[in-house]
Structure formats: structure tokens, C-alpha cells
Design a protein around this ligand. Structure first.
Ligand SMILES: *Cc1c(COP(=O)(O)O)cnc(C)c1O
Length: 402
């Protein structure tokens, strides 16, 4: 029987599958109409809920992973080594070798990884190896005020401006049986603007020209906007990227790789919470809810939330100047927002947060309450795809005196 939404025990996340379909379609339509040689690598770290992982896998995405644990999860979920995009500073040597040997995509991030590669190549003297290299470059100079790190350098990949990129490239080019066939340019920005991705594409052109690279792929990384009012969507990014790349590359020879995370899953995901108590302390109204800031803002960086309220009862209610919406934890910082000049909230009302797909489930702590349930909605159908964690899941792998 289909549960009535109002009867489902809160808190829970819900993923709206038709909206997810719309975003995935928008992504691939925009890629195929602008650069019809592309690959989607889904960013595991953004949200590796098994249902989501299998959804993107069915749609043909590769697994974009940044640790040996994420790699192991990808393998567990049925990705082959050749369907892995292995990024980041914390790869494991064994999984690094597995992906390289199978012809998956490895974007080198450090000198240590170059040593692993050299070692691997010496064990397989007859085998050709293709690798990508992550460039660290001054995107802030191209897009003032837009990048996450500003004037301070980012800490991933080989720095172009200091010559480390040239040095690493030199070593790789002098290693027999190794070809550098890919460039990885993921950079995080505050703005997530079209200009950021246009500039990243320009940097790919500059590196190709300066180092005479023969590239089978250009990996733009992630960091797109999706589902935010007044902000760019997939169809805004790829015409600009294609225009820039088209000056030095063609889809016939060079594949465009994108690694979306939050842009794909933000819009389709909501978090449903209930008020369980209200209290007045020295003139302040506190509204206690069963959802926590740790569920939807675990890094404590959000200054506002998209949400709507569903009152549990009809009838008029007094308007209150200020109600502080708080979480269930015993930490004072667990306050989500101030509800100003609005109807009084009472136990049983629901507060539903929108655009909470990325960096929420994956960063949730097991603090005071265990992981909430996750549902997938398809019209009126609500299917549970992760049950709420209980002590049983919590104690798994532990040992103690019975
Ligand atoms: C985090 C990350 C992504 C995904 O970023 P989103 O902001 O979720 O789109 C993609 N690629 C790399 C290398 C990353 O570190």
C-alpha cells in the first residue's frame, strides 16, 4: 500500500524521481547538442546513497571517486575498473593500479602517484598506459572574486604558475609506455558561474597550446549550479564551454568529461521535519524540530534555507515576531533559521527543506539520532530506499562484552 505522505514518520529525505530525470536529461541533452563526445562521472562524495549511485549507473555515468573507500563502494555497486574516474589527493595504491590496468581514468594529483605509476609501468614493460593530470592554476585571476580560495592557492594537482605542472608533465613524457591523454581542471568556485567554466575551458586550450598536448579528454570536474532560481543551469554552461574548446579541440578527437554532483541532485531532494515542542525562554520562542542542522547543513555554512511549512491544523493562528527554528540535538548551535512575522508553529506542523541533495546525506553524522530514512517519490508512489538506522546498524562491526 502506498503510504500517505502525512503518515510517514519524520524526519526523512525524499528524492523526487521525475525531477531527477529532468535534470539528468537536461545534462545529457546539453552535452550532446554542444559537444557530442562526452562522459558523465557522478561525484560519489556529493551523495553516494546506493539508490542514487545505481540510478546514475543505469543512465551510463561512470563513478567519480576520491578515496579507496569510495572506489570500493563503486566496485561493490557493480562499476568495473574501466568505469571509474579516480581523482583527488588520497587514492590507494592498489586501487590506483587496478583502474590504470583496466583502462579507467586516473587523474594524477601528486609526485607520489607518479612514483606509483612508474613502478607499475616497470612491472608491465609491454603495456601502454594512459593517464590524466590535474592542473592547479590561478582561476581567481581569470574570474576575480569568484573562486573559493580567492588569492590563496588551491591545494590540489600540479601548479601551473610555479612550474610544477611542467615538471610533472616532463617526467611523464619521459616515462616509456606512458602517455598523458587527459587534463583534469576541477576548481571550486563560490559563484559556479558560466564564466568559471568558460575560463576553465580556456585554460585547457592554453595548456594544450603551451605544452603541445594530444588530449583524448578534458575533464572539467564538477561545481555547476542546478535548480537555483536566477542561477545558471546545464544548458547555460556547455555552449560557452564548447565555444572555447572548439578553438583548439574537436569532439572527434577529444572527449569532454563532466563530474556533476550537487547540480544533479539538489533540486530533486527535500528533507521533511516535524515540530515536536515549542518553548518560551526569556521572551524567545524556540521551535524544536526532529530535523537538525546537522542533517542539512553539516558543515555549518548556510545562512539561509529554502523551505515551506505545512500546518497540521486549519484555523487562524497568532502571528509571532520571531520563532527560532531549532534541531533536536543538545547543541546550542543547532538552530536552523529565525521565522520572522509568521503564524505560530505548533507540534505536528511540518517544515520541509528544499534543495538538500548534495553534501547533506553524505556528511550526516551519527550524532544523537542515527541516519534518517530516505524515500523516492514518483507521483503518488513513495518508496523507501534507505531505512532509518537503528542500533543494529550502529553497532555493526563492534565487539563488546555481552
Ligand atoms: C567535489 C568534486 C566534484 C563535484 O562537485 P559538485 O560541486 O558537487 O558538483 C567533482 N569533481 C571533483 C574532483 C570534486 O572534488
Amino acid at each position: 500500500m502506498t503510504p500517505v505522505t502525512e503518515q510517514i514518520q519524520t524526519p526523512y529525505f525524499v528524492i523526487d524521481e521525475p525531477i531527477l530525470n529532468r535534470y539528468y536529461d537536461m545534462l545529457v541533452d546539453s552535452l550532446s547538442s554542444n559537444w557530442n563526445n562526452y562522459l558523465v562521472g557522478y561525484s560519489f562524495k556529493t551523495n553516494s546513497l546506493p539508490w542514487l549511485v545505481s540510478y546514475v549507473k543505469k543512465r551510463g555515468a561512470y563513478a567519480e571517486v576520491v578515496s579507496e573507500d569510495e572506489y570500493s563502494l563503486a566496485k561493490y555497486m557493480g562499476f568495473r575498473d574501466s568505469e571509474i574516474i579516480y581523482n583527488g589527493p588520497y587514492k590507494g595504491e592498489q586501487s590506483f593500479c587496478n583502474v590504470l590496468l583496466a583502462g579507467g581514468i586516473v587523474n594524477l594529483d601528486s609526485m607520489q602517484e607518479i612514483r606509483w605509476l612508474t613502478n607499475l609501468v616497470s612491472q608491465y614493460p609491454d603495456k601502454p598506459f594512459s593517464v590524466g593530470i590535474r592542473a592547479n592554476f590561478n582561476l581567481e585571476k581569470m574570474c576575480p572574486g569568484e573562486t573559493t580560495m580567492g588569492e590563496v592557492s588551491g591545494r590540489f594537482g600540479f601548479c601551473y604558475e610555479t612550474g610544477k605542472f611542467a615538471e610533472a608533465l616532463g617526467i611523464l613524457q619521459n616515462t616509456p609506455n606512458v602517455s598523458v591523454t587527459g587534463l583534469h581542471l576541477h576548481s571550486s568556485s563560490k559563484s559556479r558561474s558560466v564564466n568559471i567554466f568558460r575560463s576553465i575551458a580556456r585554460m585547457a586550450c592554453q595548456l594544450k597550446a603551451e605544452f603541445d598536448l594530444n588530449l583524448e579528454y578534458i575533464d572539467l570536474g564538477g561545481g555547476y549550479c542546478g535548480g537555483m532560481e536566477g542561477r545558471p543551469e546545464y544548458p547555460d554552461y556547455f555552449p560557452a564551454v564548447a565555444e572555447e574548446l572548439g578553438r583548439y579541440f574537436s569532439p572527434a578527437h577529444t572527449r569532454l568529461i563532466v563530474e556533476p554532483g550537487i547540480s544533479l541532485i539538489s533540486k530533486c531532494t527535500t528533507f521533511v521535519t516535524s515540530v515536536f515542542d515549542t518553548r518560551d525562554i526569556k521572551g524567545t520562542r524556540y521551535v524544536m524540530t526532529d530535523g537538525s542542522r546537522f542533517n542539512i547543513d553539516p558543515t555549518m555554512i548556510k545562512s539561509s534555507h529554502l523551505f515551506h511549512v505545512k500546518q497540521c491544523s486549519a484555523g487562524s493562528r497568532p502571528i509571532l515576531d520571531s520563532q527560532i527554528i531549532s534541531g533536536f540535538t543538545c547543541m546550542e548551535v543547532d538552530r536552523l533559521f529565525t521565522y520572522t512575522d509568521q503564524s505560530e508553529l505548533v507540534p505536528g506542523d511540518r517544515i520541509i527543506y528544499e534543495n538538500v541533495g548534495g553534501y547533506t546525506m553524505s556528511l550526516n553524522p551519527l550524532f544523537i539520532q542515527y541516519f534518517p530514512a530516505v524515500y523516492v517519490r514518483n507521483g503518488y508512489d513513495m518508496r523507501m530506499v534507505r531505512k532509518k538506522w537503528t542500533p543494529e546498524e550502529y553497532v555493526q562491526g563492534s565487539e563488546w562484552e555481552q
